[in-house]
Design a protein around this ligand. Structure first.
Ligand code: FDA
Length: 305
């Protein structure tokens, strides 16, 4: 337990280390990251998606990157998102797009970020592809919801993520009734001013917001590797007659692949979140923070280099 606690904060602080992130950009996929990141290029991610589709799993791809502070970098990321959408459409894979607003200039200027999102949404809506705005840490929550609100005035194919560890999660879900949401426990280190710290409270709130969104008739993506939550959602939806077409389970690429396949074989929609790109470091460190057991495969990956 103590090890888990130290590892959690340790990896979350490493995830924000700019120097290491810069280094990782040049290393290629290291430390076992290749098991959870689908390569460095669009071609490599499309190939992975195609194989997952063949197994009955649908996907969402994410071009890794966050906290971009230069205009050029944010414009480049915008173009990569557009190219990714075009590759999805050209190859006909069953896949949508996930992205982070800090990759598109949110920390530079909110209006600039919104303009970049309009460029992406114009293409996505022409191609009929759904776009999910990942939720980052609490300090970016309001800006993310404001941008979503603006985009929803024009586009129906965009949604975001609500994190169950936040006290405001339930009221956010209520105010986003009718909008497709991904519901998660939450991956960042947040203060007790804004977020539950105890796992039990987070789990409890997670079930509350899942029920809230499903019962309001809204399309819901339940993104978790927690089999207990998944079992509860299965029996809850069955008991209340919520159709399977109203929700999907989502898991990360490389995690609980047995469970992903099992749920899909049972007839549930399972969407795999498939990240790719050279900026894998922060994503990978957050995964290690969530589950220190993953350190063992990171070490194996490191030693095998
Ligand atoms: P958690 O890590 O709490 O584990 C609960 C239990 O499940 C464990 O005790 C264990 O029994 C079992 N378990 C978990 N992982 C396992 C494994 N690999 N193998 C075997 N058993 C395992 N966060 C965020 O803040 N913003 C976002 O936009 C997103 N987006 C997102 C998309 C998708 C598709 C997913 C799956 C997750 C996110 N997240 C996220 C991350 C999310 O907030 C959360 O941090 C992680 O999913 C970890 O929490 P879990 O609910 O998976 O279970």
């Amino acid at each position: 337990m103590v090890v888990a606690k130290i590892s959690n904060s340790f990896f979350l602080s490493l995830s924000k280390n700019k120097l290491l992130n810069k280094g990782a950009n040049k290393w290629g996929l290291r430390l076992g990251a290749a098991q959870v990141v689908a390569g460095l290029t669009i071609d490599s991610v499309i190939e992975v998606v195609r194989k997952l589709n063949e197994k009955g799993l649908v996907c969402t791809v994410d071009h890794l990157g966050e906290f971009v502070l230069e205009y050029d970098g944010a414009l480049e990321s915008t173009n990569v998102c557009i190219k990714t959408l075009e590759a999805i459409a050209d190859t006909g894979v069953n896949c949508n797009l996930s992205l982070k607003l800090t990759q598109l200039g949110l920390d530079i200027d909110q209006n600039f970020c919104l303009t970049n999102m309009y460029k992406i949404m114009d293409v996505a809506s022409k191609l009929g592809i759904f776009v999910r705005i990942d939720m980052e840490d609490y300090s970016r929550r309001q800006a993310t919801l404001d941008i979503l609100d603006e985009l929803r005035k024009t586009y129906g194919n965009v949604g975001t993520v609500i994190q169950a560890y936040l006290y405001c999660a339930e009221s956010d879900v209520k105010s986003l009734k009718g909008i497709p949401l991904r519901l998660v426990k939450g991956a960042y280190k947040e203060s007790e001013e804004v977020a539950y710290q105890a796992k039990e409270k987070v789990n409890e709130n997670f079930m509350e917001i899942i029920k809230e969104h499903l019962l309001s008739g809204s399309y819901t993506a339940i993104a978790t590797h927690d089999h207990e939550v998944i079992s509860k959602v299965k029996s809850f939806s069955e008991n209340l007659g919520i159709p399977r077409s109203q929700f999907e389970f989502q898991m990360l690429y490389g995690f609980r692949t047995d469970l992903q396949q099992q749920l899909s074989d049972e007839g549930y929609v399972v969407r795999v979140y498939v990240p790719y790109g050279k900026d894998w470091y922060g994503y990978f460190m957050r995964r290690l923070a969530e589950r220190p057991q993953n350190v063992s495969f990171a070490l194996k990956g490191f030693l095998s280099k």
